[in-house]
Each structure stands twice: as structure tokens, then as C-alpha cells.
Ligand binder design. Structure first.
Ligand code: SF4
Length: 358
């Protein structure tokens, strides 16, 4: 899921657990998953299945996966994937980390199982280390969102981001992280920008895996950046870790509480995944003066289908254009680019007209 591997790898290696990072998701990964997954499973299951098959080729023997207990299918996915892998003769051991608010004792015993004889103090330091890496990655991604539409030479932001991330990845212990982050921030600050260039601002909302994984969303942030759009995501990695692992106890720049409050007028109960946050974040983006919102979801994603049905009302009541993009293994890049170009064009003309009338 995007750069999540950076913080999980750091945390586990700090605790002396050997980590196998599968190759980045690709067409091959998706085809492997599609071949063996139920057709109507959502795309994250198919991609994860492919990831596990590719990781097995590199020697992985244990899967550590998050669990869930909401109304969407995610809570079953670890078991379903494990059963499919077993049928295909993969000898994986499965460890499912259920959300702490439901099974705190079970979660702790599973962490102990993975980390072996490490003291609790070191385990906590390892978790904190992984979390701080996630925060560092988020900071760099936010900087990239700002730089892309303003860069004077195409592609410099992406190259800088990759170099900056290398600084974060290379750090093996918590003490080294602040210095590495300073170096990484300096790399991003060195991107030549035209700061006064007018840009559009679009908020990205939707299903978390699709939002965070560039292969799943066909690199939408980079594509929009090259069209002169500054994007913001309704959820970042460290926020997700904070909410799911730390029960929202860390004071984050933003948490989903506010989005949930904003959603109340339109949706009053949990519908699974991040459906509620999608509704609330769209309201927030409208209030913050964003030019438009794009919702992304995998085909058949239940929570986001609920949210999708509500977004037209928010769009007309709060006057913010909203476009929904649904992705699956049949999605083509040209179709996505055409829709993005049309949406961006519409937003630019709308903004121009408003400025003339103001
Ligand atoms: S939130 Fe949507 S995409 Fe994610 S597991 Fe649930 S149904 Fe699938």
C-alpha cells in the first residue's frame, strides 16, 4: 500500500525480524491475483494476492496482515487470501493483527509472536520508529504535492522525491531519523519552482488502498501535478497508522474525527472502510475553497459505493465539482487521462469565470 513498506520494514528490522519486500505492484502482480481471486473481489485483494505470490518467490514464509471487523469485506481478506494460497500449495504462516479496540490482548500476543524475545520496551520503540518514518514519508509526499504543479522543469519533483525517500529508507535506528529527514527536506526544497504560478487545488478522497498505492490509482497524483494541479489526500499513511494502531492517541496534523463530524449532516453511521471520511472530507474540501474533489474506489467497494451516492448532494449544496473514478483490472490509462483532462479543464474555466465575475 504505497510507501507503507518503508515504515513496516524499518519497524520489523529494528526488532531483528527478516523482511522480504515484494517487487512494487505491476501488471504481472495484478494478473497473478486476477487469475486466482474471486472475480468480484475488490482490486486490493487481487493485488495483495499477487504481492504474496511474488514475495514467496523471494523466500517469504510468513504473512503479517491487518484484520478488520467492519461491514466491508476486508475483515475476511486475510483468511480468504490464505486459503487461496494454501490451495495453490504456498506454505505461508498467517498472522492477522486485529484492530486493538476489539482484541488488545490478542494483538499484543501476536506482536510478541512476530518479534520473539525482544523486550516490550524495544517493541514499543520499534513501533514508534516505524510511525515516525511514516510521518517523514507523509511530509515529503505533501511537499511533492506542492512542488509538482509549480516545478520549472518537468520531472524534477519526482526525482527529488525518490532521492529524499532514499534518505529515509537508509536510516536503521530512531536516532538517525531527524538528521535524515532534514537532508530529505533540503532535497525537496532544492526543486526549482515558479511559486506565483496559478494552480488548481483538488482533494482526493476514497478507498484508502487506492488512494495510497500509485499502481492502483494509475499514478493520479503525478498525472494531476503535471496538469498544473496541487492535490491533497483525505488520508495519509501516518494518520491511518495512528487511527488503526494507536486508537488516534497521537496528536496528528489532522485526524478523521473532524471529517466524521462534517459527515453527520449526510451520513450518520459507519459504513465500513473510509466511506464516512470520504463524505466528511468532501465537505471539508468544499469549505476550504478547493476547486474540485475526485473520489477513487475499486470496482465493487461497498463503503465507497455508499459514499458515492451521497456526493452529488454535497456537490450541489456546497457548490464543489466532484468526479468519481472506479478502477479495476480492466481500467486503461488513456481513459483515465481523458477524464482527468476534461475535469481539470472544467475546473479551470469555472475558476476563470468566477474571477471575471468577482
Ligand atoms: S474498503 Fe472497499 S476496497 Fe477496501 S476491502 Fe472494503 S470493499 Fe474492498
Amino acid at each position: 500500500m504505497g510507501y507503507m513498506w518503508i515504515c513496516i520494514k524499518a519497524m520489523l528490522e529494528y526488532l531483528n525480524v527478516e523482511v522480504v519486500v515484494p517487487p512494487p505492484s505491476s501488471k504481472k502482480t495484478l494478473l497473478l491475483g486476477v487469475k486466482h481471486a474471486p472475480e468480484f473481489a475488490c482490486m486490493p485483494l487481487k493485488l495483495n494476492l499477487g504481492n504474496f505470490m511474488e514475495a514467496a518467490e523471494l523466500g517469504a514464509d510468513t504473512i503479517v496482515m491487518a484484520g478488520g471487523c467492519g461491514p466491508c469485506r476486508f475483515g475476511y481478506y486475510a483468511q480468504v487470501e490464505h486459503a487461496i494460497l494454501r490451495d495453490l500449495d504456498y506454505q505461508y504462516q498467517l498472522v492477522v493483527l486485529e484492530p486493538p479496540q476489539k482484541h488488545i490482548g490478542e494483538l499484543l500476543s501476536k506482536i510478541k509472536h512476530i518479534t520473539g524475545r525482544q523486550s516490550w520496551r524495544r517493541v514499543i520503540n520499534g513501533i514508534r520508529f516505524g510511525y515516525h518514518k511514516a510521518e517523514a514519508v507523509d511530509k515529503l509526499e505533501r511537499m511533492a504535492h506542492y512542488c509538482r504543479p509549480r516545478e520549472t522543469k518537468a520531472g524534477t519533483t519526482d526525482r527529488a522525491l525518490q532521492n529524499a525517500l532514499k534518505e529515509i529508507i537508509a536510516v536503521a535506528a530512531p536516532e538517525g531519523l531527524p538528521v535524515a529527514l532534514n537532508r530529505a527536506v533540503d532535497i525537496m526544497k532544492a526543486v526549482p519552482l515558479e511559486k506565483n504560478r496559478p494552480v488548481l487545488r483538488i482533494g482526493l478522497v476514497g478507498e484508502i488502498y487506492t488512494l495510497l498505492e500509485p499502481f492502483a490509482n494509475q499514478d493520479i497524483e503525478r498525472k494531476l501535478g503535471s496538469m498544473g494541479v496541487e492535490v491533497d489526500r483525505s488520508i495519509y499513511l501516518s494518520e491511518w497508522v495512528n487511527e488503526h494502531l494507536f486508537l488516534g492517541l497521537v496528536k496528528n496534523t489532522r485526524n478523521s474525527k473532524l471529517a466524521k463530524q462534517k459527515a453527520v449532516k449526510y451520513l450518520r453511521h459507519f459504513v465500513g472502510g473510509h466511506g464516512l471520511e470520504t463524505v466528511g472530507s468532501t465537505v471539508l474540501y468544499a469549505e476550504q475553497g478547493y476547486d474540485g474533489v475526485i473520489q477513487m474506489l475499486p470496482f465493487t467497494c461497498m463503503p465507497e459505493i455508499v459514499a458515492q451516492s451521497i456526493l452529488p448532494r454535497i456537490s450541489s449544496e456546497l457548490g464543489i465539482p466532484v468526479m468519481t473514478l472506479i478502477v479495476d483490472e480492466m481500467s486503461g490509462e488513456a481513459g483515465l487521462v481523458t477524464r482527468l483532462e476534461a475535469f481539470v479543464d472544467l475546473l479551470a474555466r469555472r475558476k476563470q469565470t468566477r474571477e471575471v465575475l468577482a
